[in-house]
Design a protein around this ligand. Sequence first.
Ligand SMILES: [Fe+2]
Ligand SMILES: [Fe+2]
Length: 390
Amino acid sequence: MYTEKINAGANLNNNHQNNQNSRLKILIIDADHKYSQRLSGYLQSLAVEVETSPDLPPTKHADQWLKDTILIVSNQPGEANIIGQLQLLKSAGRNLTVIMLTSSLSANHYLTYLQAGLIDHICSRHNLASVFSAVRAEISCRQLKRENEIYFKNLTRLKLDHSRHIRKSLELEEIYDTTVENLMTALDLRDVETFGHSQTVTKYCQVLARLLGITQATRLDNIRKGSLLHDIGKIAIPDSILKKPGQLTSDEWEKIKLHPTLGFGLVKEMKMLAEVGHIILYHHEKFDGSGYPRGLKGQEIPPESRIFALADALDAITSHRPYRAERDFCTAKEEIIKNAGSHFDPQVVEAFCSVDIEKWERIRYETTRLIPSFEEYQPLLKNKKSAQGS
Ligand SMILES: [Fe+2]
Ligand SMILES: [Fe+2]
């Protein structure tokens, strides 16, 4: 088959456009060589490689030969033969577009082939402007398709990256959570009298927060972390003070009172605990302003810390201490009601009283049932010490 290459990317003003169309080829099939030349010249500004040939190419190797091609078919004798051949080319050529130029033959026939998908555009042979516009529309359509493919490829990659990041941050959050819980368990184990205290107050706080209308998952999670970590500052208080069985001197008491500020200092630089610091810092503030470290009053104290103050006291009253026995939940309730407005926010007290005392008892049982009781733990501790001594 005779083909003539007219303008293999000739005189391109727009390199970008050239790159975009570098794979695309236009093949003009017309028996009239002069017409082919004229049409080629007309299409030159589209910056695509144009070839001409008097005959349709053979179907053999059409899959390679007509790959990414716009085939302009014009002035071919024998309509039926052309259609049969086009059918074969269309099924063999990859990414092949057929533009049919009609002259004397009936446009109605070509319309049928157009509807059947055999040809993609029909133009008048003599109207070069309409041929130009069909080729340009085809080029734009291919560019759009290509951009779309790239867009979807990038989107899929972004989606993958995104889910990888989510998975990583979930893993990190899990590690953080475990670290927080382990830290508090370590602190609880250090101080046998407050064994399980953090877990219990955390659960109390969650119940109270929901009763007071706090439902946002992140806020509830911050309350959980803040409650677990509330006494983390005690890590910096020496055992001789923290575990002193007798009365504390005023100096020792002043040191103990530093633990909210020390705890706040520990967590404030940790990104995932940024919203938790205030619960730790203000967990010993009292509603009437008589608490520490700042002596804040009423609404000046963050709601989370006001909730926490009641939960902390409830667990302290109902827990064993070396200097006093534990008291029951009814006594704790009376004590809390008595201190509404002084130690505790009256609204938090109201929320606490709206729940049956058995529910608070059940929470305490659930959070401490796997932990040995104080009486059970003492012999374990003695055995461990004697084993270490021997
Ligand atoms: Fe504390
Ligand atoms: Fe506490």
